[in-house]
Design a protein around this ligand. Structure first.
Ligand SMILES: [Zn+2]
Ligand SMILES: [Zn+2]
Length: 367
């Protein structure tokens, strides 16, 4: 990292510290006793039909909304039978974000206890705006400040992992090589590690669109090799992105060989989570188009492999898939296995039932 960049980051950090001091001063004022955030109704609503034998090791879930507050994400996850979940710690497409109030953090921890979620089951998704590999100094400084802030939010909430897309080498009219881009990403992570504690940065593999880095296992390894604190770096494998980047997953043999490649090049010890999405785009297309479980070009076989792979026990397996109109659950799995085309309709209203159905479907694939 250049000296100029360091200075800019330094300046941004100073102003961030001032903002925190202001927030703390505001919070020091006496206020009314806070109301209980997890209501009895929420607990009663969390009655989900899951197959009778849900294997304890498989932490399946989805991306849930935290729009009504981070603690609401837990209610949303529990109500659809999720054993793991992802959420945004802030709006994914806006730079500004309101300071995380202590009341929110307390409510989040309280909801974790109420619904039985541990840190191992939570893998929040970072902002898409952050580009830790940007050759543009202004963008880099802005990205680093937001990245650090998100890690600090995770620390405050007691979250131990934070998932981010590594970055891209074309940014704000500037270009660099993939290696320069990845060197920058690693140096940002090293720096953030010194300023935080306890949160592991989890790099997500990407589909390889545009100038993005981290689409190959070799590139993930390259970045990991340059991170000093090896205990706080990991990988989240997105199956849709792997497939789009050219890693076949369509048959048990292809799945086994792709996972072996990952194990040889990166190492299973770095695998901290997975995004288990099917793909609308073809193998090697480098296009990032998620599809619901079993309905895309990867197909249901891969999900069966995932659900029966003991190496994936204990890590979040998160769906980030489109919403669909509910269908009779009884025929759904049979139709998919028979290769029948199932009517599909996207719409916000069906999000919960889609996720709930797909979680139950995934658990039913366990042998
Ligand atoms: Zn993903
Ligand atoms: Zn994606």
């Amino acid at each position: 990292m250049t000296e100029a960049t360091n200075i800019e980051i330094e300046e941004l950090l100073e102003s961030a510290e001032e903002a925190v001091a202001e927030e703390e001063a505001a919070q020091a004022k006496p206020k009314r006793a806070r109301k209980k955030v997890v209501k009895e109704d929420d607990l009663n609503a969390v009655l989900v039909d899951l197959p009778p034998t849900v294997p304890a090791g498989k932490l399946v879930g989805c991306h849930v909304s935290a729009a009504a507050g981070v603690e609401r994400a837990l209610v949303n996850a529990a109500s659809i039978g999720a054993k793991a979940f992802a959420m945004d710690t802030r709006s994914k497409r806006r730079w500004e974000c309101p300071p995380l109030m202590r009341i929110t953090a307390a409510a989040f921890r309280e909801a974790c206890n109420a619904f039985g979620f541990s840190a191992a089951q939570i893998l929040p998704h970072g902002s898409y705006l952050i580009n830790l590999g940007s050759p543009d100094k202004g963008m880099l400084a802005k990205s680093y400040a937001a990245f650090l802030e998100e890690l600090q939010r995770c620390e405050t909430l007691g979250i131990r992992m934070y998932n981010i897309h590594p970055g891209h080498s074309n940014s704000c009219g500037e270009t660099s090589t993939p290696e320069q881009c990845m060197d920058l990403i690693a140096s940002c992570i090293n720096r953030a590690h010194l300023e935080t504690s306890g949160v592991t940065v989890v790099l997500e593999n990407v589909a390889g669109q545009g100038s993005s880095v981290g689409h190959s296992f070799e590139q993930l390894r390259y970045m990991i090799d340059r991170v000093e604190d090896q205990a706080r770096i990991g990988v989240c494998l997105d199956t849709c992105h792997m497939f789009a980047a050219g890693y076949d997953l369509t048959t048990p043999a292809a799945y086994a060989s792709t996972m072996q490649k990952f194990s040889d090049i990166v190492g299973m010890q770095y695998l901290k989570g997975m995004h288990i999405n099917d793909s609308k785009a073809a193998l090697g297309s480098r296009r990032d188009r998620h599809e619901n479980v079993g309905r895309g070009l990867i197909g249901i076989k891969m999900f069966e492999c995932i659900m029966n792979d003991p190496r994936l026990d204990g890590i979040p397996l998160i769906m980030e898939t489109p919403v669909q109109e509910p269908e009779p659950a009884i025929n759904y799995k049979k139709s998919l296995l028979a290769g029948e085309v199932v009517y599909r309709h996207e719409g916000d209203a069906a999000k919960i039932s889609t996720d709930k159905r797909d979680i139950a479907l995934l658990y039913s694939l366990c042998k």
